[in-house]
Write a protein that binds this ligand. Structure first.
Ligand SMILES: [Zn+2]
Length: 624
């Protein structure tokens, strides 16, 4: 066999194995004709209805979808109303109503749901535009309309089909040639093509839905978008390297990853392949990250702009199912069970397609370590006293870069939970419509700068931006587990060296230790921790008792000897910011004297009560 023939045979063999086909191949080669072709199939619906007869969680999910759809009947029509520069709330409402109502119709064949879904679909197609100046709005609206068109195609008349098609072409796909031009994006509104964060995932996903739903009628446009998205999406998918962590935090993980999983499944369902995208290194491990940033108390480790609450994520379920990783599937199932009650999630219906099935056998031996280190732009370490214990201690340490999209000045900050409550918190984002929230006022806002994070601030110094604080040591043993981050570059004018160690000791308490070497004289170091607990101070102010929901935690200064704890309001400098009425700042002030070669601050945080061992204070040792 000649070399060329051997090569050709090899390529043909690899293609047969499903190995990533090249761009030269027609992406529409295996196109599923007709509708539905996006995410759903008649078999999947039949399976869901049948499986719900024996799985109470499936039954509860289907009931929630149907109950939500009932609430949309006769509701105020979706309107073209902007908040700030965004139509986004209306785009999201369109997904919530159209996808949920369409799924309710599939499950019940009740014509009320069909009528409402069609009404909402036709309403948004009659808008004057989908607000392309903020392209996320176009992307999410495109997804809502594509799903409605595809799932309800058989029930739409010719005039309705024409109107929907025109809207998708005029308001969304008309931007595709500008976005996916060979020279790069040719219009500033479609800059997402080159972005490496959530915009890339959402906007590619939205345009892809529109292109695929019209792929029978507009095959060349579909090819343009598919090939464009295949080149663009890897930019944001590489951000999960090497361990699956998301640079923008758990809140944006949900947003970006959901659309990424949607994009992958749009391709799989319509084209019979995702071109290998779901195997992208880092991305293929991100279910572990999503598992680990969820605390036993049901809060997330919410670094960057994002709240601490979270709902069940169909994207997490899909990734866990693909990996076949039983602990993650089980967690997805628990989350779905826990959050189904009041869920208004616009992606609720996707849970029925990507469902965490009950474990059928005990054959899997998979388990997860208590302590995990995820490297990457967000370099984070997570510790817990146990898995599957709602009272467990949970400690998260944030390191890495403070310049990733949506980042706060929070390097070195930590969160702490135990006994089902959060003791050390991150306040999360403020209002995006505050002046220059994403511009030159960002670090004036209390929730975004280091003054509100659980870290040392020297004098009134802001963290350097951008700065890198790598995790330089990580250890995990049953007795002691810790991570050390080097913060020297974060406050470069304060000390020659600054390291922080966050440790869980005896799986029953937490020690936060800071060491600053050759500190600038007369610096006042403010050690801070944000809490929403009620706080009582001991007589000598060396110890605080925090109380929340009937649980206790003590905070003790081990070093420097004689340092005292104070409690101050968490009020921001301006009235336009969130006022944080329920929160307080615990503070320890340490004055560096002219002769201080090394300043060490060691704070012990111990949950109290019958379930926790009573142990003497640990010896504080230098950070190695
Ligand atoms: Zn924060």
């Amino acid at each position: 066999m000649s070399f060329n023939l051997r090569t050709l045979t090899l390529i043909a063999f690899l293609i047969c194995l499903g190995v990533k086909p090249s761009f030269a191949q027609d992406p529409l080669a295996q196109l599923k004709k007709g509708h539905p072709k996006l995410l759903i199939s008649d078999e999947a619906i039949r399976y869901d209805i049948e499986a719900a007869k024996t799985d109470p969680l499936r039954a509860a999910l289907n009931k929630r979808i149907i109950d939500n759809a009932k609430k949309y009947i006769g509701a105020t029509p979706i309107k073209h109303v902007l908040i700030g520069p965004r139509l986004l709330d209306q785009s999201r409402l369109a997904i919530e109503r159209i996808m949920t109502s369409a799924m309710a119709y599939k499950l019940t064949q009740d014509p009320q749901f069909l009528k409402q879904a069609k009404f909402d679909l036709m309403t948004v197609c009659q808008f004057k535009d989908w607000n392309p100046s903020h392209f996320l709005d176009v992307a999410e609206m495109s997804f809502a309309v594509s799903i409605g068109y595809d799932w309800l195609y058989a029930e739409l008349n010719d005039s309705e089909r024409t109107q929907i098609k025109e809207a998708l072409l005029n308001y969304s796909l008309s931007f595709a040639p500008l976005a996916y031009d060979k020279r790069g994006p040719q219009d500033k509104r479609v800059w997402f093509v080159k972005a490496e964060h959530n915009w890339n995932q959402v906007c590619n996903g939205g345009l892809l839905s529109a292109a695929l739903v019209l792929s029978d009628e507009e095959p060349d446009l579909a090819r343009l978008v598919i090939n464009g998205a295949r080149k663009s999406l890897p930019l944001s998918m590489h951000a999960y390297e090497p361990d699956g962590a998301y640079p923008e935090g758990p809140g944006y993980w949900t947003y970006g990853t959901t659309y990424n999983i949607i994009a992958i499944n749009l391709m799989r369902s319509a084209l019979g392949t995702d071109f290998g995208l779901s195997d992208t290194p880092g991305f293929n491990k991100t279910y572990l990250y999503r598992m680990a940033i969820a605390s036993p108390s049901h809060f997330s480790f919410n670094y960057s702009d994002g709240g601490e609450g979270f709902e069940a994520s169909p994207a997490f379920t899909w990734l866990s199912n693909k990996a076949g990783f039983q602990p993650a599937i089980q967690q997805a199932r628990e989350e779905l069970k826990r959050t189904l009650g009041g869920s208004k999630n616009r992606f609720l219906a996707l849970n029925a397609l990507w469902f965490p099935e009950e474990k059928k056998t005990d054959s899997t031996q998979n388990s997860v370590a208590e302590d995990l280190h995820f490297r990457g732009p967000a370099d984070i370490a997570l510790f817990r006293s146990a898995w599957n214990d709602p009272h467990a201690i949970f400690l998260g340490l944030r390191a890495g870069l403070n310049s990733t999209n949506h980042s706060h000045l929070d390097l070195g900050s930590f969160v702490l939970d135990s006994d089902g409550v959060r003791w050390a918190e991150d306040l999360g984002p403020d209002n995006y419509n505050l002046p220059a929230y994403f511009g030159n006022k960002r670090w004036t806002y209390f929730r975004l700068n280091n003054f509100s994070h659980n870290i040392i601030t020297p004098d009134r110094t802001l963290q350097r931006y951008p700065a890198l604080a790598p995790i330089v040591a990580f250890k995990s043993t049953p007795k002691e587990a810790y991570a050390v981050t080097d913060l020297s570059k974060v406050y470069p004018n304060t000390a020659e060296k600054y390291v922080r160690k966050a440790a869980i000791l005896d799986r029953s308490r937490v020690l936060i230790e800071d060491e600053l070497t050759n500190i600038k004289k007369d610096t006042v170091l403010h050690w801070r921790m944000m809490t929403r607990a009620r706080v009582n101070k001991s007589k000598d102010a060396s110890e605080l008792t925090l109380r929340q929901d009937g649980h206790h935690l003590t905070v003790r200064v081990l070093e420097p000897k004689g340092a005292t704890l104070s409690v101050i309001a968490a009020t921001p400098p301006s009235e336009d910011e969130k006022q944080n009425e329920r929160d307080q700042l615990i503070q320890v002030n340490v004055n560096a004297t002219p002769n201080d070669h090394l300043v060490r601050i060691a704070i012990l945080l111990s949950p109290e009560g019958d379930t926790w061992q009573k142990l003497p204070a640990p010896e504080v040792k230098p950070i190695e």
